[in-house]
Design a protein around this ligand. Structure first.
Ligand SMILES: Cc1cc2nc3c(=O)[nH]c(=O)nc-3n(C[C@H](O)[C@H](O)[C@H](O)COP(=O)(O)OP(=O)(O)OC[C@H]3O[C@@H](n4cnc5c(N)ncnc54)[C@H](O)[C@@H]3O)c2cc1C
Length: 377
């Protein structure tokens, strides 16, 4: 009989897992707390390690169609002086800038609609013989052969499994925006980032003519918007930066600007117990500085499906999955934090040294990116 796998959370990680498990001949059912499958209005870069997974899931052509091919990752001073220019298109697979909602749809549209149960919030689990029963706040109870928590940064599955240990705030707040405006100085195919004193800014092209931009600045946790509003605040923060930056901000509708505080968790094991495990941000939340959170969730989805396909006992399959995924994700969580620390520098001397260091270390920075992107799940 086909194994039923309960997935909690229908974000990029949960939707990718549902698709990968269906391909592997298993029976996934996703329980998502929101009433509709949706993603925020922002973009992401899918590096070669992630486009490899899309290829294996049969989605690469579609992702290229709705996204934008990306060739270089460039770091600059806040005024636009180039520090490092890394070619990121040296692999057998492309790098794609894509709207999160487009990626999400590519994943869930390939899975039968009845595999997504919406409006159900997971509360706790219990074991019944060799099986697991998930309880939801609505009173719903469902039984399966195994359960995967893909319920994000503040995972309730994680809390039920490992206790309530909150994620760590890393002193950064971000803003993300989307606009149709393409600045004249934008270099086609580039992800361009600008580093200043305790703040940074980046932008890239997504498919269908959209520009995606992001800003990050050191800030206390849960800092409210300035009274003048988030758009005006950003316009002032970046007014004397590289001209494309204030242009992008002013071209963006205020309602399209998202803010998010940044958290991660120091990597620890185990994250699986018997026939229950975690995936994506629930397992290994990371800062977005390496742009690998969703990419590693895609890797997790593919690996967990391969493990369950090869090993019918979910207890053993999940042990193998965690053993494969822990070292990989630990390295990226730690590299993402190190990279954020470079952005935290505030005094002009330290900023100047950091920028000089980046110029000198350009080749090494490029090699570090390449080694993360070279991984094939
Ligand atoms: C500012 C920023 C920029 C980023 N940029 C990038 C990037 O460029 N590239 C990249 O790869 N990654 C990026 N990331 C990281 C990426 O967004 C996450 O790693 C990714 O979304 C994780 O996917 P997930 O499915 O694990 O979790 P989520 O996307 O958080 O999905 C979890 C899902 O579970 C649901 N859920 C939660 N609790 C319950 C419950 N109790 N019951 C049922 N359902 C529940 C939620 O509603 C949600 O749908 C960025 C993150 C941030 C904050």
């Amino acid at each position: 009989m086909m194994q039923t796998i309960i997935i909690i959370g229908g974000g990029i990680g949960g939707a990718a897992t549902a698709l990968a498990l269906s391909h592997a001949g298993l029976e996934p059912v996703v329980y998502e707390r929101t009433q509709a499958l949706r993603e925020v209005g922002a973009g992401i870069a899918l590096w070669a390690n992630a486009t490899h997974v899309l290829k294996n899931l049969g989605l690469l052509e579609d992702a290229i169609r709705v996204g934008a091919l990306t060739s270089n990752y460039q770091f600059n001073s806040q005024q636009g002086k180039e520090l490092v220019d890394i070619a990121i298109d040296r692999f057998e697979l492309p790098v794609i800038g894509i709207h999160r909602a487009e990626l999400h749809q590519l994943l869930w549209r390939r899975v039968a609609e009845e595999k997504f149960v919406l409006g159900e919030t997971f509360e706790r689990f219990e074991h019944r013989d060799n099986r697991v029963v998930a309880h939801f706040t609505s009173g719903l109870q469902v039984e399966g052969d195994a359960l995967i928590g893909a319920d994000g940064l503040r995972s309730q599955v994680r809390t039920a499994l490992l206790g309530n240990n909150p994620p760590q705030y890393r002193n950064f707040k971000t803003w993300r925006g989307l606009t149709d405006y393409v600045p004249r100085e934008y270099r086609s195919g580039y992800i361009q980032e600008f580093l200043g004193d305790g703040k940074g800014f980046g932008f890239m092209k997504l498919g269908q003519g959209k520009m995606y931009w992001y800003a990050a600045a050191t800030a206390p946790e849960a800092q409210p918007d300035a009274a003048m509003g988030r758009k005006k605040e950003l316009e002032i923060m970046y007014q004397d930066w590289f001209p494309a930056i204030p242009e992008l901000i002013s071209a963006t509708d205020e309602t399209q600007i998202l803010t998010t505080d940044l958290y991660d968790r120091p990597p620890t094991q185990p994250w699986s117990h018997q026939n229950i495990t975690l995936l994506g941000d629930a397992a290994h939340p990371m800062l977005p500085t390496m742009g690998q959170g969703a990419c590693t969730a895609l890797e997790d989805a593919y690996v967990i499906a391969q493990c369950l396909k090869a090993q019918p006992d979910p207890n053993l399959a999940f042990q193998q999955y965690e053993a494969l995924r822990f070292p990989r994700t630990k390295a990226i969580v730690e590299a993402s934090l190190r990279s954020a620390k470079m952005g935290e520098l505030a005094n002009p001397l330290a900023v100047g040294l950091r920028n000089r260091f980046m110029q000198l270390m350009g080749a090494a920075i490029g090699r570090s990116f390449t080694s993360f992107h070279a991984y094939r799940a």
